[in-house]
Design a protein around this ligand. Structure first.
Ligand code: NDP
Length: 369
């Protein structure tokens, strides 16, 4: 693409800004008024617990229904995202920068009432802006971290659906596109079915809300996770039946490990006596689970996620590295995160963690890493 045309397509039009405003307002209202289970978060250092309303699945299904109806009535074109992808990308990027500046300013001037709002100011602007100042900032009763990750995951599915509509319109729908769409849709729907599990993840319990997380949730997740879909719109791939079966197996095994490991930890945190794979759990120091997936590797959930990421790219064949951007990025991110989590857990659990390391020596992939 010509550089001038590229720059032109990055300038947000009023239509793309309107799409974004509608989306964020819808999510804020739907999150507030739609019914859903209210989950108590992990206890904070002052003993308080945040509450999260897990109605993301309801909000997503309602939004897709509303968009479908407005597309039928020709109020809204399902192709708007596929046609204006770059504009929406730059508009979302600008929005992320603005949000982070506001978080920085309000974080610096905050008078905190709970440890989730206690400012963590290093005095280094880049550090405070990038990693954020507060752990769980709220806006009009909305937990921003929970809201942003929800917005990013839903946007990923909405972008994919628009890409699917475009490929149907262009008469270029392929088996690869169908596989990619099914895998991603199942992953996103599964996320929302198990949305409460998000409340005990590293992002929610340990990461402060700064540019890194806002950009990661709002820009990175929807726009880079959908690269395979954009790529398949412009490239034709003929998959053999055997390749499709192998691809499905990678997805299914990845899903089993990813969901199984996250579920086991979640259940263990709620009820440490609950059986794991039908047997009493192996517990270290009363705090750490060392059986089931957590007895195979210390972060088996990352292994499952990596297999899933690979399964989203395999439908694109092996002719280009571009569709493999997501699994490669995730591999780097999860190795980095595993190391940071390891440091955090070693400090928090001390001897118990050392014992866990001795019992379960593998970090992510047994006998390899
Ligand atoms: P984990 O869900 O693995 O959470 C780590 C925390 O779990 C630790 O800090 C510790 O916290 C607790 N813990 C660790 N080991 C044990 C154990 N043996 N027994 C009991 N508790 C334990 O990490 P993440 O939050 O990073 O990841 C959650 C999911 O999100 C993963 O599946 C990951 O793959 C996915 N993810 C996906 C990304 C993407 O871009 N697609 C990005 C990041 C994550 P505590 O203090 O509570 O004990």
């Amino acid at each position: 693409m010509d550089l001038g045309v590229l720059l032109q397509s990055l300038v947000p039009s009023s239509q793309s800004v309107a799409v974004l405003v509608f989306y964020f307002v819808y999510l804020a209202i739907a999150g507030k008024i739609l019914p859903g289970r209210v989950i108590r978060g992990v206890p904070l250092s002052d003993g308080s617990q945040l509450r999260y309303k897990c109605n993301g699945l309801f909000a997503l299904i309602l939004l897709i229904a509303l968009l479908g109806i407005s597309a039928k009535m020709r109020i809204f074109s399902p192709l708007v995202v596929a046609d204006r992808g770059l504009e929406l990308l730059s508009a979302t990027f600008i929005f992320s920068v603005l949000v982070t500046v506001m978080l920085y300013v309000t974080g610096r001037n905050s008078s905190y009432k709970s440890s989730s709002l206690k400012p963590h100011i290093t005095g280094n602007f880049i550090d405070d802006w990038w990693f954020g100042i507060q752990l769980n900032p709220q806006f009009m009763g909305i937990d921003l971290k929970f809201y942003f990750v929800r917005a990013g995951m839903m946007a990923w599915l909405l972008i994919n659906l628009s890409i699917l509509a475009k490929s149907i319109q262009d008469d270029s729908l392929s088996r690869s596109m169908i596989l990619y769409q099914i895998f991603c849709a199942l992953y996103v729907l599964d996320y929302f079915v198990h949305e409460e599990y998000m409340t005990s993840t590293w992002d929610i319990i340990a990461e402060r809300l700064g540019f890194m997380l806002v950009f990661g949730d709002l820009v990175w997740i929807p726009f880079t996770f959908s690269i395979q879909g954009w790529w398949l719109l412009h490239n034709k791939v003929e998959l053999t039946f055997a390749a499709m079966v192998a691809n499905c197996l990678v997805f299914l095994i990845g899903y089993m490990v990813f969901r199984g490991a996250n579920k086991q930890k979640h259940i263990f945190k709620k009820n440490p006596k609950a059986p794991i794979w039908g047997k009493p759990p192996v517990i270290i120091g009363g705090k750490l689970l060392a059986s089931g997936y957590w007895g195979i590797a210390r972060h088996c959930n990352y292994l499952g996620d990596l297999m899933l990421a690979l399964s989203f790219s395999l439908p694109c064949g092996i002719s280009s590295l571009i569709p493999y951007f997501y699994p490669i990025y995730l591999l780097i991110l999860l190795i980095w995160r595993e190391r940071r989590d390891e440091t955090r857990c070693a400090q928090k659990y001390k001897d118990i963690w050392a014992e866990y390391r001795r019992l379960v020596p593998w970090r992510i992939l047994p006998y390899v890493y």
